[in-house]
Design a protein around this ligand. Structure first.
Ligand code: ADP
Ligand code: MG
Length: 289
């Protein structure tokens, strides 16, 4: 017996590394006319590396600053947190234990370390955002996070990430296929977002977005009459994914919440599977009707 056409298409998508959670997901994917991408972990490999540490407080040595940051980040599953922990390990630093760990998606972490409250957070909303340390890193296209100890900024950690090799071609393919300009929605800073958009061929960028603001950005596009696919990997992308016409998650590196919230999973983290799945979805529509 031959497989029903729709199931055959879904199985075919599966062979290409696209997990469709339902037939409706396939149909919705075929209807998409704008694709919105998250940045970190989606268009980039999501494995940022610490490239510089700047001290803002003369009484704390650089190694101690990194050790405090790593202590606060130890419970983090965010790529920035993992990079800070890895960096401390590479430098063989003694990382003190931490308690009261709290992660705030789109902002950063906080923990108690040796009686002090240590935060590692986005510079947004901090007075230190005005300092040259953060601005210089951001202008170079890096992500800068601030290490705050007992409410006072003590230093800046700068990180750099690499663009996924297939990202520019995928952005171009989806633009052509959907007839709509892909957009970048990110919680990262404007300069880092602009640098990444430039390298991947994206013209429209919204940066500095909190998770709910990402969802609002998707809603704005939908209010303008678009059917939006949101492609993301993080907990911070879940509200936008739930808002979108169809949510697409990175399967391998993506967080559990992202893969659970999504309608479509790119099982191999390979972005080229996405335009292929959109094309398959359109073919399925023709087959079924
Ligand atoms: P993106 O949209 O690019 O994936 P996120 O929304 O995950 O970015 O994060 C936005 C910003 O919040 C990061 O660039 C970083 O400044 C800050 N941030 C998030 N999580 C952490 C963390 N664990 N440690 C430090 N900073 C963090
Ligand atoms: Mg991300």
């Amino acid at each position: 017996a031959t497989m029903p056409p729709l199931l055959a298409v879904m199985a075919n998508a599966g062979r290409h590394g696209v997990l469709l959670k339902s037939a409706v997901a396939l149909e919705r994917l075929a209807q998409v006319d704008r694709v919105a991408f998250d940045k970190t972990g989606t268009l980039t490999l999501g494995v940022p590396e610490v490239v510089a540490v700047t001290r803002l407080c003369r009484t704390v040595a650089e190694d101690d600053l990194v050790a405090l940051a790593a202590a606060a980040e130890r419970g983090s599953e965010h790529p920035v947190g993992r990079a800070v922990v890895r960096y401390a390990a590479e430098r063989a630093l003694a990382v003190p234990p931490a308690t009261d760990f709290l992660a705030t998606p789109g902002r950063g972490v906080r923990a108690t370390v040796g009686g002090r409250v240590v935060e590692v957070v986005a510079p947004r909303g901090l007075e230190v955002a005005a300092t040259e340390a953060v601005a210089a890193h951001e202008e170079a296209g890096r992500t800068a996070v601030v290490v705050v100890v007992d409410g006072r900024p003590h230093g800046v950690v700068a990180l750099a990430d690499r663009v996924r090799p297939e990202a520019p071609a995928t952005v171009a393919a989806l633009g052509a296929l959907t007839g709509g300009e892909p957009v970048l929605l990110t919680g990262d800073n404007r300069a880092a977002a602009a640098a990444l958009a430039d390298r991947t061929g994206i013209a429209e960028v919204r940066a500095g977005l909190l998770p709910e603001e990402k969802a609002a950005a998707v809603r704005d596009l939908q209010d303008a009459g678009h059917r939006v696919a949101l492609v993301g990997d993080g907990i911070n992308d879940a509200p936008a994914m739930a808002t979108a016409h169809v949510g697409v998650a990175m399967g391998r590196s993506g967080s559990d919440l992202a893969t659970q919230t999504s309608d479509v999973v790119l099982v191999r983290d390979d972005l080229t599977a996405l335009p292929r799945a959109v094309a398959l979805g359109r073919r399925a529509e023709r087959v079924v009707r």
